[in-house]
Ligand binder design. Sequence first.
Ligand code: FES
Ligand SMILES: [Fe+2]
Length: 354
Amino acid sequence: MKSARLPIPGAAYHSRETFSRETEKIFGQAWSFLCHKNEIKEDNAYVVRQIGTEDVIVVHLGNEEYAAYINICPHRCAKLVTAVEGNCKGRFVCPYHAWTFNVQGELIVVPAQEHYLKDLSLDDHRLVAVKCELWNGLLFANLDRNDSSLVAALGNFPEYLRDYSHSIEEMELVTTVIMDVAVNWKIIVENYVEDYHFSFVHPQTLKVFDHKATQTTPTGDNILVYMPYRQTRPAGPCKYPWATDGGSPQGFIWPSMTIQPAVNHLSIFQIVPLEPERTVVRIPVYQTPEQKRNWPMDIDELTVNIHTDMEEDFVICREMQRNTHSSHYRIGVLSRPHELGIELFANVWWKYMG
Ligand code: FES
Ligand SMILES: [Fe+2]
């Protein structure tokens, strides 16, 4: 395994200049997860998600055809859709001067056009389209206009997830937990891709897994984090169900998504960098209809559990964030293979940030 060219410097975790370069070179070029297709199951259903500094609308055109647009009106750049989800009934109406677009992104109505804008050509003012692709029921968008495909970006992920015995495609949203953390997005990724801390930070919450047997494997820009279940049921009550064999094929999909298949549900982290030292983590939780029947979830209890589990990490991440300002900030040493994910992530970060 090639070593990281350089560790990521402390300043890169709080510098505004680095943050804008990341917005352009990383979030402006990568595939970012938007939502599960069943979150916009009806025709004309939409959600709005943030990628980098852009708001993106993804809408179901019908028959599993989807389109994504930058959420900006081409008249004078008002925010076109102000709700985060809904059904547009076939048209988006700008709240400022009521220009109206169909779900194909075409401008179809300018109210009292003959009075205000007699010579306007509707064809000259379409919504800005964004590339949008579907994999395994999950919708992704890419702000870049290059011809990179989602499947190529995923590496071996599709094959790896075949180990999971539930159909991701059939899943339905149970709830979404949203956490707003005063931490740079890279610290959250790094915390996810190393398992050295599991035994010390999550001795109870992750006890169904055999921590020392966790495997970290690169695939393209992504990282597979396979978490085997313990051979014997751990003592005491567990929040996560234990399985008799196998493990959870988890992982990190560059640059801002993690996926956690479990016996009774699947969760995703959508890591949304808002500012150099502020990140929102959206955690949608999904179940297949069969999982819903076998493992009905109390949403209040689930929400409290997710907050508790995440806070085990975030309490440390917040202090690490503060320490990136110290003149003594540096990476002392990385444990192999349990902190290999940090090196892999740094390599990819340098590849894009050069
Ligand atoms: S800014 Fe949208 S109609 Fe004017
Ligand atoms: Fe953790």
